[in-house]
Ligand binder design. Sequence first.
Ligand code: PLP
Length: 437
Amino acid sequence: MTDANDDLFARARAVTPGGVNSPVRAYGSVGGTPRFMSSARGPYITDAAGREYVDLVASWGPALLGHAHPEVVEAVRTAASRGLSFGAPTGAEVDLADLIADRVSVGAAHPVERVRLVSTGTEATMTAIRLARGFTGRDLLVKFAGHYHGHSDGLLAAAGSGVATLALPGSAGVPAPIAAQTLVLPYNDLDAVREAFAVHGDRIAAVIVEAAAANMGVVAPLPGFNAGLAAIAHAAGALLIIDEVLTGFRVHPAGFWGLQVEGGEDYTPDLFTFGKVVGGGMPLAALGGRADVMDFLAPVGPVYQAGTLSGNPLSVAAGIATLRLATPEVYERVDAAASAVATALSGSLEIAGVTHAVPRAGSLFGVVFLPEAPDDYATALTQESWRYPPFFHAMLDAGVSLPPSVFEAWFLTAAHDEDALARVLAALPAAARAAAE
Ligand code: PLP
């Protein structure tokens, strides 16, 4: 039997490549018809056929407070009534930059001295890298296998054959000479970083790393890894870019860096990138960091960056409202909801006899069909990923929308109350049995 989702998917495929505007939405790795969503409120999302799901995707992270939080919606409505876009600076942009800079601090550590607002995480990382290159006068970039930083050319690079080998294009359309400006190293392996720096150190502008990896499943940095990156990069005159597009303002008021520094890990990134939560569900992202580096950006510095819709008033209003509402209690609620689901997920898979781990990084978690949580991408790829599609579809049939890939994190929100959580917990045992078959 077909429904409105099937009809829309057929129409969409006729007019849009693959029927979607971002590949993972096509359900490619789980099969079936993607749900075309029509509305969302709190922890729930409703599809075009009128079916409601408990949503554990949260727009891939932004909906920290739950969908359509009334105060965020009101802030956007008010901003819209004053004009959709000015192409000129606004006071609200200054407020948001101050909020970002103030929140990313722990004790005396206050590493975000300047902020530039952009519209997507891709722009934020692309700009941070150009800035690092402009500041250091060097070209090479170090990134880690399995880390996603958006889809700019140099970041769609695949590992070469050795750790000190320059990368190959990770997508058709990326020129080989551009991919060759990137070194792709195994995650959580400081020896590999040392080796790459030993060979190319004086040519490396920056190391970019997800604050905690969450685009190859959730893979937290080993203790000391991020701090080790800072030490190695700084000793060679390179910069450390911590990509908090996914983790920033989601796992802790000061991001994953804040969580680590509060936990005693002491390191100072030169640049941060933010996205998702910082825009509260509207297109907004940011980069920030050391004043001397950030001031290399135009118009004060020689590194060009611009955007017609940068600092858009609607996005800025959503970001300000979201960050102001994201109090410590919000993070406690998200942590508790994540723990409840993670524990029940593991318990159900255990009872069903499915080999698994539920890796965590703060409130982020996911499932991996391996006996232990992996530390790197090569290990993550060895899992029994074929167990995920039946698990995913059993949850979907029971009214729970999960990320349509085993390599994505699950996102809880402060709006996941007892009722919503009970629906997730009730769905897990049958889904775990489906994964066991
Ligand atoms: N960096 C990280 C860590 C991300 O998870 C993402 C997107 O998921 C990006 C960058 C790119 O952000 P955007 O999709 O807004 O371009």
